[in-house]
Design a protein around this ligand. Structure first.
Ligand SMILES: Nc1ncnc2c1ncn2[C@@H]1O[C@H](COP(=O)(O)OP(=O)(O)OP(=O)(O)O)[C@@H](O)[C@H]1O
Length: 456
């Protein structure tokens, strides 16, 4: 992946030599002759690596002072110092001030490349660790073998390498962000950052500062925005329709011009960012109601994809439950608990308005409830009332007075109809798997459904 590298040196020969070596490696070097130029270059766009000469002749700040100034504003950017022969002590001071490493002049191209690659790799790994920490656990993957998930995985593999913008729609907690992460990980930008901007979690007043950053000024501290943070990578705009119209207009400009202004800034910042956005709302409706700009919709939705709801992929529930059970158990340092057939049937029949996130939370809760006894089997009785109560297993309310008011033959038919509809639902309409579970021949089940007037 081409990295944006800033070379700061007062000697023209060195600047050109280093830039040439890095360019041959496929990077995109920029150069600065002194501290003013360097600060302006960092200001115009934060580089991914800085190579900084310790001795800067004719510069307002010397190398160490400049290092401090850069680090104060951009603590995560790796800086490699270029030191003259015999400046080891100064180089050591630089490391104490936060430089990543130093390289002594004269140096060989190989050594420069090695140090630069190592610095870039370290900063990438740091970001990844940070990212994993904030996500709280091992890297996620799309679990499920249903045809709906298969189709989603295929589409992700296909569109990931293209640089096109993607709009992901789907219910809350259905896995939109996970899909976006996978697109990023399978793209040429995988080594770059994946930055999330979560509109619903933000107040409309701070949204622009979060997105575009803030230029230092009276009463304003400088701040890097999500767009700049995502340079060389992917920016995930969660719930785009929740952004104020003014912000929408500014995003549109970014998409057209590939540059933007920080809040309170005059100059334009150029970035190379792939934008993936998501929505759980019906955008067509939001457009009709004037809450969402149609032109922005067309720009963002070059490739639209839809993540299926959990109710559309009930067959995947046992696999997902097992996956979350194992993950939770590993996080807690205990063995996974067994789930009884009755509990699984309820989990599989529930409608899950909160989709996979809600299922995951329920599995975590069950695991905590079952902590006392490692051999305990999780039963349907341990499920929270709302999960059990919302199960559409007996939609006509079989039981109680209703059932008792019917002759045996009709009661049996009513029960059979509801039971079979619920089982079919649970297995995603798959007759063979339903037949196998309920212990009937496939053809007999077909006949039965027909006689009960159930569409299959
Ligand atoms: N197919 C899947 N396999 C395993 N885990 C999944 C799957 N889909 C989603 N998850 C997990 O479910 C949780 C919710 O997913 P995610 O945050 O991607 O949903 P979302 O649609 O972006 O939610 P929201 O609309 O609330 O932003 C996450 O912990 C995610 O890792």
């Amino acid at each position: 992946m081409a990295a944006d590298i800033l070379i700061v040196d007062d000697e023209e020969d060195i600047r050109e030599l280093v830039a040439g070596i890095l360019e041959d490696e496929g990077h995109q070097p920029r150069t600065a002759r002194n501290s003013d130029e360097a600060l302006a270059a960092v200001e115009s766009r934060r580089p991914q690596l800085i190579l900084l000469d310790i001795w800067l002749q004719g510069s307002k700040l010397d190398g160490l002072q400049l290092l401090e100034a850069i680090k104060a504003q951009n603590p995560t950017v790796p800086v490699v110092m270029i030191s003259g022969h015999g400046n080891i002590e100064t180089a050591v001071t630089a490391i104490k001030l936060g430089a990543y490493d130093f390289i002594e002049k004269p140096f060989k191209a190989d050594r420069l490349i090695l140090i630069a690659e190592r610095a870039l790799e370290t900063s990438r790994l740091k970001r990844e660790v940070q990212d994993l920490r904030t996500r709280g656990g091992a890297a996620d993957r799309i679990v499920g073998s249903s045809s709906a998930v298969g189709a989603l995985k295929r589409i992700i593999e296909k569109l990931a390498p293209a640089n096109s913008r993607v709009l992901i729609s789907g219910g809350a907690g259905s896995g939109k962000e996970l899909a976006a992460r996978l697109i990023h990980e399978r793209s040429g930008r995988a080594d770059g950052p994946f930055v999330v901007l979560n509109a619903p979690a933000m107040s409309p007043d701070t949204m622009e500062a979060e997105l575009f950053g803030v230029e230092e000024g009276p009463g304003r501290a400088r701040r890097i925005g999500a767009l700049e943070e995502a340079h060389g990578g992917t920016l995930y705009l969660d719930e785009v329709a929740d952004m104020p119209r003014e912000t929408q207009a500014k995003i549109l400009r970014v998409l057209v011009d590939q540059n933007f202004q920080r809040v309170g800034g005059a100059s334009r910042v150029h970035v190379d960012v792939r934008i993936i956005s998501s929505t759980s709302q019906d955008l067509a409706e939001a457009i009709t109601e004037g809450r969402f700009r149609e032109d922005l919709f067309h720009r963002l939705s070059v490739v639209p994809i839809r993540v299926p709801t959990l109710a559309e992929r009930r067959e995947d529930i046992p696999e997902l439950v097992q996956y979350f059970m194992e993950r939770t158990a590993a996080n807690m340092g205990v063995a996974p608990r067994r789930i009884g057939g009755d509990a699984m049937a309820v989990l599989q029949s529930h409608d899950w308005p909160g989709n996979i996130r809600q299922l995951r939370n329920n599995v975590e809760r069950l695991m905590i409830l079952a902590l006392g006894d490692p051999n305990a089997e999780i039963s349907a009785a341990m499920l929270p009332a709302e999960v059990g109560a919302l199960v559409p297993a007996v939609p006509s309310g079989i039981g109680g007075e209703k059932l008792l008011g019917l002759p045996l033959r009709e009661a049996r038919e009513a029960f059979e109809r509801d039971y079979l509809i619920a089982q079919l639902n649970r297995f995603g309409g798959n007759i063979s798997r339903t037949a196998e579970f309920i212990g009937m021949e496939r053809s007999a089940l077909h006949r039965k459904l027909k006689s009960l007037g159930v569409e299959s």
